[in-house]
Design a protein around this ligand. Structure first.
Ligand code: G3P
Length: 478
């Protein structure tokens, strides 16, 4: 009661001079679970100043030593998986087991960054001049990868720990310092995770974590002249950030409307299992969730029947009991989801289950016979409702997928690998999964969105490269 978690800067936990705090509402109980500091712009300035100083020294720290510290942080994080997972359960209502998995996956990700980093950054290039017309062999060019400086990381609520370390790991191994602005829901899990880096013994100022109101410090951080790179995962805010940010590299992963195209020859049991996993895990609150099923009319009835049978088995309830469907993150989110469902119903779609809601908890719902004039055909619910659009040709499915303003991932189910490849080529998305639901991991795979789904490519290797610059030294021979 009354405890306000401190923010982290210069190797210390501090209270904000604002005297104000931000409340974190438990989505299940809908009461205040934790409070964090509402940092001021002045405090942000100080954080960035010390981050800048720490980075200069860190860039000179041998790569193997940087890797060693990251391995240490990974091990400490895994040791503390239980209390961090508990924060996830309370702050974002993630099912208990998935919360533990998120922390363990994050530890593995940090270690992988360390291993990959020593290899990627341990090599440079050597070029000679006489390959370009008009030149003699008189110039030797040596290249290496150097850090960008201060990296600002802004992860979303749905993977506060994992999507924070997917930015922290690459940034630190590459010699950058890092300022973390956690999402409000998930902030305390992030603070605990940062404590693991503190315990590992990273130099002071190298990693910082500032909490506060987006309206007070959000734009201030993203437009700060001291920030040299922004890595953001989230929603529309990313589009606003990309318009306001200065001349710094941006890595953005925003929304998605991942389509699941089902052909007539598909293994329908496999499809049904993947719609459940892809559409309903973490109650659909994943950018890579299956957000529209495009199924050939001839197999639609059978598929819908199979999915319904599995929906009936989903356990609905609190995250502590490890239920499949748990309360969505906020009341406004639940209202939005409900709005999409009601719009579809009014326009003639079929609810395969009875619509049920209790507070932020929405029962899983498959919506059949969705048509393009319904909002759910295009908007992402970020909730446990999945629309089904019946199609009469593959072209119709591809057309719907490509008409979306999003282009994150998509999937296609068929036994005909040639067709699958052609469909994959035709889908305007960053990734297409053949015979499985969309997903970001394994975390070293490239991960990118087209159109409104993002800028740049993530995945461990790509993120390390993105957070560096090429530096050349040219030796001119007489
Ligand atoms: O919503 C965040 C996005 O990165 C999804 O990750 O692991 O659920 O596919 P994942």
């Amino acid at each position: 009661e009354g405890q306000v978690f401190k923010y982290y800067t210069d190797g210390e936990w501090k209270k904000s001079a604002s005297g104000k705090s931000v409340a974190i509402i438990n989505p299940t109980t809908r009461t205040t679970q934790y409070k964090v500091q509402a940092c001021t712009q002045e405090e942000v300035n100080k954080v960035i100043d010390s981050s800048k100083i720490a980075q200069k020294q860190w860039a000179k720290t041998p790569l193997w030593k940087r890797a060693e510290l990251l391995h240490k942080a990974a091990a400490i994080l895994k040791e503390h998986k239980a209390p961090i997972a508990e924060c996830l359960v309370k702050e974002i209502a993630k099912p208990a087991k998935d919360s533990v998995t998120e922390v363990v996956r994050s530890g593995d990700l940090i270690s992988y960054c360390a291993e990959e980093g020593v290899r990627i950054l341990g090599e440079g290039k050597f070029l000679v001049s006489d390959s370009f017309p008009g030149n003699e062999r008189t110039k030797y060019c040596l290249t290496s990868k150097i850090p960008l400086g201060v990296v600002l990381a802004i992860p979303p609520f749905n993977y506060p720990v994992n999507l924070a370390v997917s930015k922290i790991g690459p940034a630190l191994i590459a010699g950058n310092s890092l300022v973390l602005k956690p999402p409000t829901q998930g902030a305390v899990a992030c603070l605990h995770m940062v404590q693991c880096f503190h315990l590992a013994g990273f130099p002071k100022g190298l990693i910082s974590c500032v909490t506060g109101k987006g309206s007070e410090i959000g734009d201030f951080l993203t437009m700060h002249p001291g920030v040299n790179c922004i890595s953001f995962t989230g929603g529309d805010t990313g589009i606003a950030i990309s318009k306001k940010a200065g001349m710094v590299p941006l890595q953005m992963e925003l929304g998605g409307k991942d389509a699941c195209i089902v052909l007539e020859d598909a293994d329908l049991d496999l499809v049904a299992a993947n719609i459940i996993k892809g559409g309903f895990s973490y109650s659909g609150q994943r950018c890579t969730a299956v957000k529209v099923v495009l199924v050939m009319e001839s197999v639609a009835d059978l598929l819908v029947e199979k999915v319904n049978a599995k929906v009936a088995k989903l356990k609905v309830g609190p995250p502590e009991e490890d239920c499949d469907i748990t309360p969505v993150v906020s009341e406004s989110s639940a209202n939005f989801i409900e709005g999409l469902a009601k719009d579809a119903k009014t326009k003639g779609a079929t609810f395969c289950q009875e619509y049920k809601r209790d507070g932020n908890l929405i029962w899983p719902l498959l919506i059949d016979n969705v048509r393009p004039d319904m909002r759910i055909a295009w908007e992402e619910p970020f909730g446990p409702i999945v629309p089904v659009i019946r199609i009469n040709s593959i072209e119709e499915g591809i057309h719907h997928c490509n008409a979306s303003n999003f282009g994150l991932q998509g999937c296609v189910f068929t036994k005909d690998i040639n067709k699958a490849i052609l469909i994959s080529d035709a889908m305007e998305t960053g990734t297409v999964q053949i015979n499985s639901a969309p997903a970001r991991g394994p975390d070293h795979f490239p991960f990118q969105g087209l159109k409104d789904s993002g800028i740049g490519s993530q995945g461990i290797t790509n993120s390390i490269n993105m957070m560096t610059k090429i530096k050349s030294t040219v030796i001119n021979l007489p």
